[in-house]
Structures are given as structure tokens and as C-alpha cells.
Design a protein around this ligand. Structure first.
Ligand code: IPM
Ligand code: MG
Length: 354
């Protein structure tokens, strides 16, 4: 039996730009939800780690920071990236140390056209995908270097790293996820025609793991062809597994095809639960609209639903998704979706719908 009052410790890291606005909105909605459900309580601790913090202290995560984060049940993350810090510094300063340090190797990115939201595709209604992104190695391994800096013979290498253990675990995770969805269909995205080492191993291990899941239908698609398939035959896809970089690119396309980057959520999971997992909207810090009060909080709400699901609060997650869909269905939308509502109005309306 579950205890009468379930408690979860959430680390909130709003970060930069609109991250601050959408995490505040997300926490409001979570509060309203917890009050409505009564069965669970969230204790939230805020971490000020951001680019402003970096400019002041010289680091994004202070000494011992990861150890502190480790004790939480989940991390609710806004965005990182600021005009006055190079992007690779902010990314490798905050987000990647958490993802890689906590072995959040499975990045899950659902895409669906919510009620009231228009897809740029004529047959956009067919979009119901989950992209599984390898989140710990591949093109983001950080392996490589530069020599002869500034000289004419300067050289830079950026090495993709694929390990048997890393590839097998992400494929197995994707198969399990596909198996739990009605269509039981998994698309392997690859580029093994041109990249004949890592990508060929990626494919081989996929088919080894496939033997454990005879009830899941598979399909292998080259990443370039995948872009056309997503646009022209969205109904043929369901669950998708792709490398770190391929899935990064495809998930932006998926978000655009489902209406806006402003609605796309993501979960950085450590499936074994040895470490906390991290939940974030995909959109980033968006300094062009920061402070205007028009950031779309829907991606963060959907992200919050994924977090609740991960914590085992399935009913609460479903209630939140229904509330989000009620509000988008009434076309109470922020400007990125062609509406005029502010972040506060969308947030208040979702709280009401709960
Ligand atoms: C994403 C983002 C990041 C990534 C950026 C901010 C480095 O685009 O989460 O998709 O490429 O991983
Ligand atoms: Mg991206």
C-alpha cells in the first residue's frame, strides 16, 4: 500500500531567461494540483544556478553542488543560455554536468498536436510520437581537442563515442517504451551508410536487442530520410530511437510540426533511479521574449506531468494533461501559438481547469 501522504523533494533550477518565468508557472500549477489531489506533497528547494550566478561566482554549480542535488527525487529545470556567456560554456557548465553526472542517459521527447493547436502539416493530427534520445555519449561525448591554436595549421577534432553498454541500454529502453504503447512500433534512426564504425555498431546492437522484443515491429531509417518521413508520412511513425545529435535535430522538427517549440517537454531519465532524473521544457532561455510575460508555459506543464508520472503519480499526471488540453482546446494560447494570452493567464486558466 502507498502511504497516505506521499512526499517528494523537488530541486527547482529555473536557470536563465524565460526559464525563470516558466518554472514559476509550473510550480504554481503543481501546487494547485497537489492541493486538488491531496495524496502527495512536493517540497521544493530553489537553486539559483544560472548564467548570472556564473558571472558573479565563476561557476554554474558550486563545489559540492551535485552531491546536494543527488538527494532530491527529481530536478525541475528551466533553461540555460545567455547572450553574455558562450553557449558551449553555459551548456557544459550546468546542463550537461547534471545529465552526464547523474547518468540520465535516456532523454524522452514526446510530440503530439494538442487540442486547439494547429500543426503546419495538413495531416498533423497523425503526429503521436515519442523520440528517445541517447543522452550520455555519441556526438556529445565531449571527446576531441584542438592543437596549433590560432596558427594556420590549427586542427580540431570532435569525436563521437559509442560504447556497447551505452548503445545497448538506450535501445533496450526504447524497445520497452515502444512495447508499452499501443502500436508497438520502433523506428531506428541511423546514418550507417556514411558513418561506418559507430553507426554500424549502433544498428547491429539494435537488432541484437530486438530479439528480446519479438512483439515490437521495427523499421530502420537513415536520418536524412527521416526528416521527409516526419513531414510526408507522420502516421507511419510512433516510437523513435536516435543518437544524441540526430535526436536533438529531429526533436526540434517534431516540436515545430506539432505546433510550437513552446509546447515541447522532455525528461532526462536515469531509468535505474540511482540518481534523480531531470525534467525540462525543450525551448531554451529565449532572451528575445524574456521579461515580457508571454513565454508559453505549456511545455513546462507537460514536463511537470512527465515528472509526476516518473514519481509514480500517474493520476495526477493525467489530470494535469487533461487540464492543459482543456485550456489549449479553448484556444487560450500565448503569441507563439497565434494567441494573445500571457503566461499568467494560461497558468491561471490551467489551475482553474484542474
Ligand atoms: C536540446 C537543446 C540543447 C542540446 C542545447 C541547448 C545545447 O537544443 O535540449 O535539445 O542540443 O542538447
Ligand atoms: Mg535541441
Amino acid at each position: 500500500m502507498r502511504p497516505a501522504m506521499r512526499e517528494y523533494r523537488i530541486a527547482a533550477i529555473p536557470g536563465d531567461g524565460i526559464g525563470v518565468e516558466v518554472i514559476a508557472a509550473g510550480l504554481k500549477v503543481l501546487d494547485a494540483l497537489a492541493a486538488r489531489e491531496r495524496g502527495f506533497r512536493l517540497t521544493v528547494e530553489h537553486f539559483p544556478w544560472s548564467s548570472a550566478y556564473y558571472l558573479k561566482h565563476g561557476c554554474y554549480i558550486p563545489e559540492g553542488g551535485l552531491e546536494r542535488l543527488r538527494r532530491f527525487d527529481a530536478i525541475f529545470f528551466g533553461a540555460v543560455g545567455a547572450p553574455d556567456v558562450p553557449d558551449h560554456v553555459s551548456l557544459w557548465g550546468l546542463r550537461l554536468p547534471i545529465c552526464q553526472g547523474f547518468d540520465q542517459y535516456a532523454n524522452v521527447r514526446p510530440a503530439r498536436v494538442l487540442p486547439g493547436i494547429r500543426s503546419p502539416l495538413a495531416n498533423g493530427a497523425a503526429i503521436d510520437w515519442v523520440i528517445v534520445r541517447e543522452n550520455s555519449e555519441g556526438e556529445y561525448s565531449g571527446s576531441g581537442g584542438r592543437a596549433h591554436r590560432g596558427l594556420p595549421e590549427e586542427v580540431a577534432t570532435e569525436t563521437s563515442v559509442f560504447t556497447r553498454a551505452g548503445v545497448a541500454r538506450i535501445h533496450r529502453f526504447a524497445f520497452r517504451l515502444a512495447q508499452g504503447r499501443p502500436r508497438r512500433h520502433l523506428t531506428l534512426v541511423t546514418k550507417s551508410n556514411a558513418q561506418r564504425h559507430g553507426m554500424v555498431m549502433w544498428d547491429e546492437i539494435f537488432y541484437e536487442v530486438a530479439k528480446e522484443f519479438p512483439d515490437v515491429e521495427t523499421q530502420r531509417v537513415l536520418v536524412d530520410a527521416m526528416t521527409t518521413l516526419m513531414v510526408l508520412k507522420p502516421q507511419t511513425l510512433d516510437t523513435v530511437v536516435a543518437t544524441n545529435l540526430h535526436a536533438d535535430i529531429l526533436s526540434d522538427l517534431a516540436a515545430a510540426l506539432s505546433g510550437s517549440l513552446g509546447i515541447a517537454p522532455t525528461a532526462n531519465l536515469n531509468p535505474e533511479r540511482k540518481f534523480p532524473s531531470m525534467f525540462e521544457p525543450i525551448h531554451g532561455s529565449a532572451f528575445d521574449i524574456t521579461g515580457k510575460g508571454i513565454a508559453n508555459p505549456v511545455a513546462t506543464f507537460w514536463t511537470a506531468a512527465m515528472m509526476l508520472e516518473h514519481l509514480g503519480e500517474k493520476e495526477a499526471a493525467q489530470r494535469l494533461m487533461r487540464a492543459i488540453e482543456t485550456v489549449t482546446g479553448r484556444r487560450i494560447l500565448t503569441p507563439d501559438l497565434g494567441g494573445e494570452a500571457t503566461t499568467a493567464v494560461v497558468t491561471g486558466t490551467v489551475c482553474g481547469a484542474l
